[in-house]
Design a protein around this ligand. Structure first.
Ligand code: SF4
Length: 867
């Protein structure tokens, strides 16, 4: 029978059905009955089965790098934390946790720190994701309440997508929106983003505002609404405060309105059912909270909130960011949406927990927490299910802080991350498929994650590890849970405790934990605030007077604005998606998107390597020239790290500037410059076995050079570039026993090597004085080809398909491995719609994540034909 569980990636929270065959093979498909996705999955969800093997797993506790037993490790963690607290007070310790944790893990971690250790020094990587939305909600609504549901996107007549690349980052929600638009073509979609992302493909209107131009845009909208009779005075009078001050502040921002912005304002003003969706482009800013409130102001002013098809809608990045908010996993929150600053709330939670030491004040938010680690205030730090050495701003300084910290504990599922290399104690946690508990998605829907795999090695669920440490610190009776169901029941009971409708977050008793079906809190399909009922002291929603701040951080030395974000097929720091060959093929290298004119000015050609630099340092990435990127701006994805590339951690370049209310770092507006990285030799290789990049290749590839490694079908692909020609690299990569054939073009500076064992390719290596011009996907295919005929081996050396063979081109459809050349050829043969391409090639017919890209190839082909 299928196991019903939930995808562990983004905040859409798709239901997944898992079937395990008699041979142990696992098949994953979308759950047709789950109300978040109704059977759909994106490319990441569809490839989940490729990420559950035990390669690279952390399977046993380690102390100072050596294997240890659980008792020894847990004793050491508990004793060291207890000693730090005894010697320096409770604020000398900290937990840094994650939206990857299940609600039950989160709940006990928060309870231990805030109720029993007596500090609020627990913060979460959700701080980097949506804490500005939390702060904006609390300012406007009096609680961290998401007013609407996913269905609102389908019911709206206008959907405004602000700072959100929904097509890549919340793909199933995007697919639902696209389907609704197809069913109701009169629906209008506006995108607001400095980048023309794949999401703009669906837009009727795209506003390419400058970085952090959102407050000015929505303040202008508020003024327009007021001046054009679109204000709902009745709603404002009955349910809100502060409108006049907010409008006056908005008027102070008034300036010339470009025609496209005026068209947006008109559309918004005359459309009753409007949903404004926003995510990291709004939140990750020094003005993130003000942006959220500028958006909410417009919805309060028109009374378009909490009604079907109307409302502001924050979508979260992580699978359980919302669950973390519910348990109070942020340093400035308590539990069950209660406030740590409120003495009555603290008293209530303390009585419920029978807590000996309820935290009396907010703890350190993520950036401040790592600063406290760096300057020695934090003596013991426990990191759970996250990788701050990659994902935090000033990541290099974070790493230095970890190195300097007297005691670092890391719970994780993988054996090697950039953070784990600094752990004094490493604790093997349960992974997706092994974990048992609940998550909450962006629309307040709680779903079960259910296990279908046995715990491997000595791995344990996070909740149990935390409870075991709590018991060793003397708090055993408060953490004596036998299973996650007992924790969930307590969490739900706290949400109801002395509530009586005064708090938004309330979960009814769900009965049998194993049988829980996906459900909305506080009630099925409940929306908030259509008739007021805010959670402020006077029950009124609060307009916030916000004004736009200067946002251009560039100067003569750093003239470009660097933006960061995610790609379609990878998740966070690639610890899971990096295991999947098909997910690793869509974009196999770290890259910088740059407008062709800016690239030309910097002497950078397509596929060159580029050095991206800010005041904090430099990284090396591949240049991707595209007119989607506005002049004067560049974009670098946040995923790549030292496990997959030589120097591509973009967060080492990001200064830790934060929003004053939420503490969320600004990751999308950084002054930068770019230059061409001139290498003496460029290389590309496909390899059956993972190369030992360190130390085996390091004598040949000096530390200053570029490399990027990705899984592919049948092995690995490696890109690299060297300032000095490498010495005998083929032997280092292929090993001494492989039968190697070689081709040297001394005049052209090209060398090619292919090594075979039996009739299979062990590896192929291409070296050139310029970026290697070999079809990557064709070369990857050779790893799975048979070479019975020795003459076929020459095609590998030639670096191009032999007669009758096809070069698929860059992968577009990950599910079926369809490349850009195949799609272009089909367009040339008359397939001029995405549906026709699907019929001909199957591309885009499974998860649908590539449908925008297919559309773009069709459009490009049409343009070419018209020229
Ligand atoms: Fe997972 Fe994709 Fe659904 Fe997000 S949209 S939950 S990544 S399947």
């Amino acid at each position: 029978m299928s196991v019903r569980t939930t995808c562990p990636y983004c905040g859409v929270g798709c239901g997944v059905l898992v079937d395990t065959g008699p041979d142990g093979a696992v098949a994953v498909r979308g759950d047709p009955d789950h109300p978040a996705n109704y059977g759909r999955l994106c490319s990441k969800g569809a490839a989940l089965a490729e990420t559950i093997d035990l390669d690279d797993r952390l399977l046993h506790p380690r102390i100072a790098g050596r294997a240890a037993g659980w008792d020894e490790a847990l004793d050491l963690v508990a004793a060291t934390f207890a000693r730090a607290i005894a010697d320096h007070g409770p604020d000398a310790v900290a937990f840094y946790v994650s939206g990857q944790l299940l609600t039950e893990d989160y709940y006990v971690a928060n309870k231990l720190m805030k109720g029993f250790i007596g500090s609020a020094n627990i913060d979460t990587n959700s701080r980097l994701c949506m804490s500005s939305s939390v702060a904006g909600h609390r300012r406007a609504f009096g609680a961290d309440t998401v007013p609407g549901t996913y269905e609102d996107l389908e019911l709206a007549d206008l959907v405004v997508l602000v700072g959100t690349n929904l097509a890549w980052c919340h793909p199933v929600l995007y697919q639902r929106l696209a389907a609704a638009r197809q069913a109701r073509p009169q629906m209008r979609i506006v995108t607001v983003d400095p980048r023309r992302t794949m999401t703009t493909e669906i837009a009727d209107l795209h506003l390419g505002i400058a970085a952090d131009g959102d407050v000015a845009l929505f303040n202008g909208l508020l003024v327009h609404l007021a001046d054009h009779g679109a204000i709902d005075h009745e709603y404002i009078a009955a349910h809100t405060t502060g409108f006049d001050a907010a409008l006056a502040a908005a008027r102070a921002d008034a300036g010339p309105v470009p025609a496209d912005v005026a068209a947006f304002y008109d559309l918004f003003a005359r459309t009753d059912r409007v949903v404004t969706v926003y995510s990291q482009g709004v939140n990750q800013s020094t003005a993130g909270t003000d942006k959220v409130n500028a958006i909410i102001n417009c919805h309060l002013a028109t009374g378009r909130i909490g009604r079907p098809g109307a409302g502001p809608f924050s979508v979260t990045g992580q699978p359980n960011a919302m669950g973390g908010r519910e348990v109070g996993g942020l340093a400035n929150m308590l539990a069950a949406h209660m406030d740590i600053e409120n003495p009555a709330h603290r008293d209530r939670v303390a009585r419920f927990w029978q807590a000996p030491a309820i935290a009396a004040k907010p703890g350190l938010k993520a950036v401040d927490m790592f600063r406290a680690v760096a300057d020695g205030r934090i003596k013991a730090l426990w990191i759970m299910a996250t990788n701050p050495a990659v994902s935090m701003p000033e990541a290099g300084l974070v790493e230095a802080a970890l190195q300097a910290c007297p005691f670092v504990v890391v719970s994780d599922i993988v054996a090697a991350t950039d953070t784990l290399r600094h752990a004094d104690v490493a604790l093997p946690a349960a992974g997706w498929g092994e974990k048992d508990g609940t998550v909450t998605n962006s629309e307040r829907r709680i779903s079960r994650q259910r296990p279908f795999l046995a715990l491997p090695g000595a791995a344990r669920p996070d909740w149990r590890i935390i409870c075991d440490v709590a018991a060793r610190m003397g708090f055993g009776s408060a953490f004596a849970y036998r299973n996650p169901g007992e924790i969930f029941a307590e969490h739900a009971a706290l949400s109801r405790f002395e509530n009586a409708g005064t708090r938004d977050f309330a979960i009814a008793d769900q009965g049998d934990f194993d049988a829980i079906e996906p459900f909305h809190w506080p009630a099925p399909d409940r929306r908030f605030f259509a008739a007021g009922g805010f959670f402020t002291p006077d029950g009124r929603g609060r307009f916030q007077a916000v004004t736009a701040a200067a946002a251009d951080r560039t100067d003569g030395a750093f003239p470009l604005t660097l933006n960061t974000g995610r790609v379609r097929d990878h998740w966070h720091t690639m610890t899971r998606t990096g295991k999947s060959p098909r997910l690793s093929q869509h974009l196999a290298e770290p890259y910088v998107e740059i407008h062709p004119d800016d690239a030309a000015a910097a002497g950078i050609g397509d596929a060159d390597l580029a050095r991206v630099e800010t005041a904090l340092g430099a990284i090396l990435v591949r240049a991707l020239l595209t007119r989607r990127q506005a002049r004067g701006t560049i974009f670098v994805p946040m995923h790549w790290n030292d496990q997959f590339a030589a120097r591509a951690r973009v967060d080492t370049l990001i200064p830790a500037l934060t929003d004053p209310y939420s503490g969320q770092p600004a990751s999308k507006n950084v002054a930068a410059r770019i230059g061409r990285f001139a290498a003496a030799v460029y290389g590309f290789a496909v390899l059956r076995d993972r190369p030992a990049l360190s130390p085996a290749l390091s004598p040949a590839l000096s530390p200053a050079d570029y490399w990027a490694l990705a899984r592919c079908a049948g092995g690995w692909r490696l890109e690299f570039a060297c300032a000095t020609p490498p010495d005998d690299l083929a032997a280092a990569l292929f090993g001494p026993d492989a039968a190697t054939i070689a081709y040297h073009d001394r005049a052209g500076g090209r060398q090619r090597f292919a090594a075979f064992a039996g009739d299979r390719l062990v590896g192929a290596l291409f070296l050139a004085a310029e970026p290697v011009a070999v079809s990557r996907d064709w070369a990857v295919d050779q790893l799975q080809a048979r070479f019975d005929d020795p003459r076929a081996r020459l095609a590998v050396i030639a670096g191009r398909p032999g007669p009758g063979l096809v070069d698929r081109g860059a992968t577009v459809c990950s599910c079926f491995g369809i490349g850009a050349n195949q799609i272009a050829a089909a367009v040339g043969q008359g397939c001029t719609t995405v549906a026709a391409i699907g019929e001909a090639l199957r591309a885009g017919t499974n998860c649908g994540s590539c449908r925008s890209e297919i559309g773009r190839i069709i459009d490009a082909h049409r343009l070419e034909a018209a020229e």
